[in-house]
Design a binder for this molecule. Structure first.
Ligand SMILES: *[C@@H]1O[C@H](CO)[C@@H](O)[C@H](O)[C@H]1NC(C)=O
Ligand SMILES: *[C@@H]1O[C@H](CO)[C@@H](O)[C@H](O)[C@H]1NC(C)=O
Ligand SMILES: *[C@@H]1O[C@H](CO)[C@@H](O)[C@H](O)[C@H]1NC(C)=O
Ligand SMILES: *[C@@H]1O[C@H](CO)[C@@H](O)[C@H](O)[C@H]1NC(C)=O
Ligand SMILES: *[C@@H]1O[C@H](CO)[C@@H](O)[C@H](O)[C@H]1NC(C)=O
Length: 345
């Protein structure tokens, strides 16, 4: 009897002691859910933590019972994201990523000259696998280049499979009589096409005209074409102004139009001048007249300072202007000093 009474009493005491000692709402764990989730639990009630899809539990218990003390035990459970296989390397390209964990997305890009065969991004799924196969960077190729009309390929090395790689070049030449407009070299671009093709156009030039006091020789043909040449020359005392050889240009005109220029007759009888840096006697140097284009320096006197300076004169198509300061002495005036013998100013 007594023992039954004691037993009931102790149950009563127990209930008194635990009255109000319920467990509170449990801690929230990142990426985890608690079942059942309530604001309070009676002692003996159980809760179970489970990680969200894509996360795995680590380092702790998942199941807890509300103790008589009303305090949940310390929870060391962690839910960590699943990690997808390493995908940080893409040959001939690059991968942009922060981590390979769920639910991150990584992206792919290829180096210039390569293109992405496959997805440009991949997502790490709940199962810890990539949602797509990793792509590859395949080399950009160009088809065989087309050849412009009236042109030939002068330099081109196709690959074995009838195509070219990014950066490969092909060089064209025009047929004779045809001139190239545009760049003779094309390049396989990163888009897999070639840069703009050049054009070859037939170019004719008119017959060159004979210069006054000279002549011109050119091929005895019905028509003169691009790159044909003509040779100019002048009669005896005349001098060619321009190149001796001219060429039919791609614009259908001649590279130059040389003309024949007259020599200069010298009105001065006796003068020492500077010619190409040397003192020469003018009349002796240019017995047959001074050719067009030649230049000499005459000596002049500065009377006040009793010194000499030089003044240039050039023969231009039969005319030379003798500097006004130059004074020619009569050969009888032997007592006068020539300006060329006076010390320079
Ligand atoms: C692209 O990749 C697929 C599969 O990875 C392959 O079958 C295909 O031949 C590739 N295409 C090119 C042009 O490389
Ligand atoms: C490559 O070129 C050769 C000859 O030019 C041709 O016979 C062959 O069919 C071409 N191959 C391909 C894949 O285009
Ligand atoms: C022709 O193209 C090549 C590359 O394709 C370039 O290096 C070169 O400068 C170009 N020449 C001219 C005259 O534009
Ligand atoms: C090559 O392709 C790119 C992109 O499709 C285009 O913008 C470009 O104009 C093309 N170049 C030529 C020379 O056709
Ligand atoms: C030939 O023609 C082109 C284009 O009209 C011009 O630019 C050039 O100056 C001409 N050349 C000569 C030597 O007249």
């Amino acid at each position: 009897m007594i023992s039954l009474g004691l037993f009931l009493f102790s149950i009563f005491l127990c209930q008194v002691a635990t009255a109000g000692r319920t467990c509170p709402k449990p801690d929230v764990l990142p990426f985890a859910t608690v079942v059942p989730l309530k604001t309070s639990y009676d002692p003996g009630e159980q809760i179970v933590y489970s990680c969200h899809a894509g996360y795995v539990s680590r380092g702790g218990m998942r199941r807890f019972t509300c103790p008589l003390t009303g305090l949940w035990p310390i929870n060391t459970l962690r839910c960590t994201p699943r990690v997808c296989p390493f995908a940080g390397i893409l040959e001939n390209g690059a991968v942009r990523y922060t981590t390979f964990e769920y639910p991150n997305t990584i992206s792919f890009a290829c180096n210039t000259g390569f293109y992405l065969n496959g997805s440009s991004s991949a997502r790490c799924t709940e199962e810890g696998k990539w949602n797509v196969d990793p792509p590859v960077c395949a080399p950009v190729t160009c088809p065989l280049p087309s050849i412009p009309k009236f042109a030939t390929l002068s330099d081109y090395k196709p690959l074995a499979k009838n195509h070219s790689l990014y950066g490969n070049k092909a060089v064209f030449e025009c047929l004779p009589h045809y001139a190239m407009f545009g760049n003779d070299t094309i390049t396989c671009t990163a888009h897999g096409n070639w840069t703009t093709l050049p054009e070859c156009r037939e170019v004719k030039c008119p017959f060159p005209t004979r210069p006054d006091n000279g002549f011109v020789k050119y091929p005895a043909k019905q028509t003169l074409y691009y790159k044909d040449k003509a040779i100019y020359d002048c009669h005896d005392t005349f001098v060619l102004d321009g190149p001796q050889e001219v060429e039919c240009s791609k614009f259908g005109n001649w590279s130059a139009q040389p003309s024949c220029k007259a020599s200069c007759k010298l009105s001065v009888k006796k003068a020492t001048v500077l010619y190409q840096g040397e003192r020469v006697k003018l009349q002796e140097k240019f017995k047959d007249g001074m050719p067009h284009g030649e230049k000499v320096s005459f000596f002049c006197k500065n009377k006040e300072q009793k010194c000499s300076y030089t003044k240039d004169a050039q023969c231009i198509d039969g005319t030379i202007e003798i500097p006004k300061c130059f004074k020619e002495h009569s050969s009888l005036a032997f007592w006068k000093t020539d300006a060329s013998d006076v010390k320079p100013c």
